[in-house]
Design a protein around this ligand. Structure first.
Ligand code: BG6
Ligand code: MG
Length: 214
């Protein structure tokens, strides 16, 4: 890669444990439609936008519903989810996150978020880590959700950097696909199912060393 200038992080499942909260909220939604929903089904939804996630759940159950019901389910899923994360705090950060943010900052490496979530800014504030990031691109700022590379390309553009100068950290197949399609170095974290898709795999961010890319 070119000289490392920035780290761009997915949020849910890379920075913070919220992927589990999404799973519980989608499970409740799916089961209200009579569709069984377990961890293996949730794997298909990781990194996927709210609208596309509900479409995938309906596909899973071979079900069609009215636009009104679809929109009402999106609202109730999000209300349940947001309610479940009210007590989120720094103890919910995944291992190695805080020290990596601090180290990168001290070395002048730019930091970004590239998330499909429309709740990203709210979560960063809850965690009191919003001040670390030079750019936050979230589900409100993209036309084409992951696996399209737009979210990461917009992040690199906002930082005035080329993709080859940035590392993307992801826990989802859709996110690794997006990062690779955009020309970024793609590191998978905490999800062995996607290790093969990525340039490198780490169990968590404590295993990542900035020195190795300096
Ligand atoms: C992604 C999560 O980051 O954001 C998905 O991996 C989630 O599980 C998606 O569905 C959309 O999030 P939100 O907060 O906008 O519903
Ligand atoms: Mg994720």
């Amino acid at each position: 890669m070119d000289k490392l200038k920035a780290l761009i992080f997915d949020l849910d499942g890379v920075i913070v444990t919220t992927e589990h909260n999404h799973f519980i909220a989608w499970k409740r939604t799916a089961e209200s439609l009579g569709i069984p929903f377990e961890e293996e089904h949730n794997e298909l939804l990781k990194g996927v936008s709210r609208v596309d996630s509900l479409k995938k759940i309906l596909e899973l159950g071979s079900k069609t519903i009215s636009t009104e019901e679809f929109n009402a389910l999106l609202i109730s899923k999000n209300e349940f989810y947001v309610d479940s994360i009210q007590d989120l705090n720094q103890s919910d950060l995944l291992p190695g996150v805080l020290s990596l943010l601090e180290e990168a900052r001290s070395k002048g490496i730019k930091l970004g978020i590239g998330s499909s979530s429309k709740n990203a800014n709210f979560i960063l504030k809850l965690l009191k880590i919003d001040h670390f990031f030079d750019v936050v691109i979230d589900g409100n700022g993209v036309e084409h959700p992951k696996p399209h590379p737009e979210v990461f390309l917009n992040g690199a553009k906002a930082l005035s950097l080329a993709p080859a100068e940035c590392i993307v950290f992801e826990d989802a197949a859709s996110g690794i696909t997006a990062a690779k399609a955009g020309g970024f170095i793609a590191i998978a974290v905490g999800n062995p199912n996607i290790a093969e898709l990525a340039d490198t795999y780490f169990n968590d961010l404590t295993e990542f060393s900035l020195e190795a890319y300096a």
